[in-house]
Design a protein around this ligand. Structure first.
Ligand code: BJW
Length: 251
């Protein structure tokens, strides 16, 4: 359980008066929904599953069925889960202040499910599909299959529309994310290890334009030395931050 967080006056003022705010989220933002993170201790996905096998195009080409089923199982697990308080606070923040952008590395769609309407997805979305030649594929026609079908246009394998290692991020999403980060006056990283690039460049873009950097994380991360750290779980810290900034209990 996260203790009651003592907020610095400067931080509260920065958030209250911010011209533009970015919430940048990672797997830790969905952890309290029950979705495993990648690198947190013994529970991280990359502790049990080799990222070379499950999150590279080479791994998929070696064993398409295994990778396809791993994503199908993760989708099925997510179907029983919901956005948590962290997603809800961020969605409400976007409605309260019109200058808020959500940039996420997560593929679970939970920001949108919580009501956020402007979400930049850097690493794709597990509910969407494409083929190896990037033709889009209608999700409802493939999402429950036991093995990857072939693309009706080019005959190549269908895969989840997520970003694996050594693949470029969606160009427009990254360009927008860079622009909003550079324009932000406060940049709040929620549940990010900051181990994965180019997403982890975003706080540096924000800092280069003078943004106030905040992170919410119960553990030490690569961002500790650059950001004002609020040590605790996102779903517990964010409602406290809401109260401190807006003077209302989040419910
Ligand atoms: C809580 C909490 C709670 C827990 N509350 N917090 C320098 C520049 C550019 C690239 C590179 C570079 N150096 C290396 C690279 C290459 C590589 C990379 O970054 N490797 C590193 C591992 C070293 N990057 C890439 O390959 C990227 N592509 C690329 O570079 O392309 C170049 C290119 C250009 C042109 C043509 C061709 C190529 C792609 C990266 C793709 C990442 N994909 C994944 C999988 C997505 C699909 C899936 O889910 O299966 O994305 S990997 C995984 O890591 C996932 C995540 O989005 C990403 C980031 O992880 P995240 O979200 O930070 O999670 P964790 O688990 O690491 O951390 C969770 C945090 O939450 C922890 O800190 C906890 O403490 C905290 N937490 N509970 C708040 N309750």
């Amino acid at each position: 359980m996260t203790d009651v967080v003592a907020f610095d006056d400067v931080l509260i003022k920065a958030l209250r008066e911010a011209k533009n705010v970015v919430f940048f989220t990672g797997a830790g933002a969905s952890a309290e929904s029950g979705i495993p993170t990648f690198r947190s201790g013994a529970d991280g996905l990359w502790g049990d599953f080799d990222m070379e096998d499950y999150a590279t195009s080479e791994g998929f080409t070696r064993n398409p069925k295994k990778v396809w089923q791993w994503y199908r199982d993760r989708r099925q697990d997510m179907a029983d889960l919901q956005p948590n308080t962290a997603h809800n606070v961020i969605a409400r923040w976007q409605k309260k202040a019109s200058n808020v952008t959500v940039i996420t590395q997560n593929i679970d769609n939970f920001h949108q499910d919580a009501g956020s309407d402007h979400v930049i997805e850097l690493h794709g979305n597990i509910h969407q599909f494409k083929c190896l030649n990037d033709h889009p594929v209608v999700a409802s026609s493939v999402n429950t299959l036991d093995e990857p079908p072939l693309c009706e246009i080019c005959g190549s394998l269908v895969r989840p529309d997520v970003v694996w290692f050594n693949e470029p991020l969606p160009q427009e999403a990254f360009e927008h994310a860079e622009m909003f980060s550079r324009e932000s006056s406060v940049f709040v990283a929620v549940g990010c290890s900051m181990d994965v690039y180019p997403a982890a460049f975003l706080p540096a873009f924000a800092a280069s334009s003078g943004a106030y950097l905040i992170q919410i994380n119960p553990e030490v991360s690569a961002f500790d030395k650059y950001a004002h750290t609020l040590r605790g779980k996102a779903g517990e810290v964010l409602p406290q931050l809401w109260l401190a900034v807006w003077g209302e209990v989040f419910s």
